[in-house]
Design a protein around this ligand. Structure first.
Ligand SMILES: Cc1cc2nc3c(=O)[nH]c(=O)nc-3n(C[C@H](O)[C@H](O)[C@H](O)COP(=O)(O)OP(=O)(O)OC[C@H]3O[C@@H](n4cnc5c(N)ncnc54)[C@H](O)[C@@H]3O)c2cc1C
Length: 460
């Protein structure tokens, strides 16, 4: 414990670009330097690059975790100027131009000439952090596997119960937040209950499961607007999801949650398995940048970057992806990919000395899509040069979703195996990835408790 390593590139002959994060922003940025005369270090908290848009498919057994989380080192194997450092960045010193990361008690201090911070966003419980114990979010592979375990575990417990009230509680699944992730999770749980698990239990009928989608907003998928939001809500109800809008979650415990309706009435929903997909908070590294410079954070804690995505007074530090706050740029994969390409472009131009007259970052909205259930999705694709969009709901939007996500998945093998799993899942009622381990379900809360004990020990 307490060991320190220093990065071998510090003070080297070539400019050193340090990138924090291995998500869409971090990986895209690293790849932009493939042919550049620089050294690149990617500091990543996980050994994989994660394709978050398909996390709900891991949580509901459609695909395996390996298919959406290829190892970062393997992806970057052929890019010789990149070094991957595994660790959690706990401090950035923008005066000394160093980043310190930590892995199992070993600190690694890395000096940079240019820094790209692409550390993404965290789940926000809007000040009710204790909800996290009862309603995990969906941000990581661990989250997805835990949710898979909780969903299947609730059915298993219901099978063993003779008490009707307990059974009803175990077979009520509540998804909080009717954005794309919430809609996708609710739709998939309903399909698992009605199709995949149908006929597999002897004492319960899995099709009796109640799936409730709750949101304080008055529409599902609000950014899609009127027609598409209504189509999504209708489709959800058709597959057996109860959509409860204008309903704010005000309290939660192990056995259920309290919901406040628009008229002020507070009611309780008994439910053991709850899933949080409601809020986004900027990564805490944003606060560190704000404390050391004149950059401001928005209400969600995201960094209000300059038009060239750097921070005021530090043209060598860039923030991209979900961590950055730029008007009109949504927290979506395209925002991170385009921001990372832009920031890398600025660095490369400056290194060549030809950065004069560079245009500010401009986001190209390529549209958004969300699946609701098999054969059903919604898509909104802006028509370039106009304020209008093409809006699709139903089968063709679903085909479009599958096709686009297959293209963006990293690795040919992953694309092929995903295509095979999808074909199997969508043409039958089976899913290939329904294994659950005890650790998946219990590890997160156990680790949290250990950390609290460790902190208490240190404080004593
Ligand atoms: C469930 C879900 C579904 C989504 N669906 C869609 C969709 O359908 N379409 C779409 O366009 N977008 C979707 N998004 C949003 C999209 O995934 C994000 O906008 C995108 O991933 C942002 O990229 P990023 O690089 O900024 O952050 P991320 O991809 O989140 O990457 C952040 C990286 O930083 C690392 N990191 C964080 N903190 C540290 C630290 N202290 N030290 C070291 N490393 C750190 C993380 O481990 C991770 O590798 C979805 C997101 C989620 C969670």
């Amino acid at each position: 414990m307490g060991r320190t390593s220093t990065d071998r590139h510090a003070g080297g002959p070539r400019p050193h670009i340090v990138i924090i994060g291995s998500g869409f922003g971090g990986l895209t940025a690293a790849r932009q330097f493939a042919k550049a005369d620089v050294d690149v270090t990617v500091i990543a908290r996980t050994t994989h690059h994660l394709f978050q848009p398909m996390l709900y498919q891991v949580a509901t057994g459609l695909v395996s975790e390996g298919q959406i989380a290829p190892p970062l080192r393997v992806i970057l194997r052929k890019q010789n100027n990149v070094n991957v450092v595994l660790g959690e960045v706990d401090s950035i010193d923008i005066t000394a131009r160093t980043v310190t990361s930590q892995l199992l008690g070993r600190d690694t201090v890395i000096a940079y000439d240019n820094l790209i911070v692409a550390a993404g966003a965290d789940q926000s419980y809007f000040g009710n952090d204790h909800f996290a114990e009862f309603a995990p979010g969906l941000k990581t592979i661990d989250d997805a596997l835990e949710l898979r375990g909780r969903i299947l575990g609730a059915f298993e417990q219901a099978e063993l119960s003779d008490d009707p009230a307990e059974r009803a509680r175990l077979m009520t699944f509540v998804v909080i937040g009717a954005g794309a992730t919430g809609v996708e999770m609710a739709g998939q749980i309903a399909e698992m209950a009605r199709k995949t698990l149908a006929g597999t239990f002897r004492n319960i009928d899995s099709a009796d499961a109640r799936v409730v989608l709750v949101d304080a907003a008055t529409a599902v998928l609000p950014p899609y607007g009127g027609k598409l939001s209504a189509a999504a809500a209708q489709r959800l109800e058709k597959i057996g999801v109860e959509v409860q809008l204008g309903a704010m979650v005000v309290d939660m415990d192990y056995d259920g949650l309290a919901v406040k309706d628009a008229d002020g009435t507070v009611r309780r929903i008994e439910s053991q398995c709850k899933i949080w997909s409601a809020g986004v908070a900027g990564n805490p590294l944003g606060r560190q940048l704000a404390d050391q410079s004149d950059v401001e954070l928005d209400r969600a804690g995201r960094v209000r970057v300059e038009p060239d995505l750097s921070i005021p007074g530090h043209p060598e530090v860039f923030v991209v992806g979900d961590m950055m706050a730029v008007d009109g740029v949504p927290g979506m994969a395209q925002g991170a990919i385009q921001g990372a390409k832009y920031a890398a472009g600025v660095i490369k131009s400056r290194l060549k000395g030809d950065d004069a007259g560079r245009e500010p970052f401009q986001y190209w909205d390529k549209g958004s899509m969300a699946t609701i259930a098999r054969y059903s999705a919604v898509a909104k694709i802006p028509i370039p040069g106009t304020s209008r969009s093409v809006e699709l709901a139903g089968f063709f939007a679903w085909i479009g979703w599958l096709f686009l996500h297959l293209i963006y998945l990293v690795g040919f093998r992953n694309r092929l195996t995903t295509l095979i799993d999808w074909t199997f899942a969508f043409t039958s009622r089976n899913r290939t990835q329904l294994a659950v381990t005890e650790q998946q379900v219990f590890a997160r809360n156990a680790i949290d408790r250990l950390e609290v004990l460790e902190r208490d020990d240190e404080a004593a």
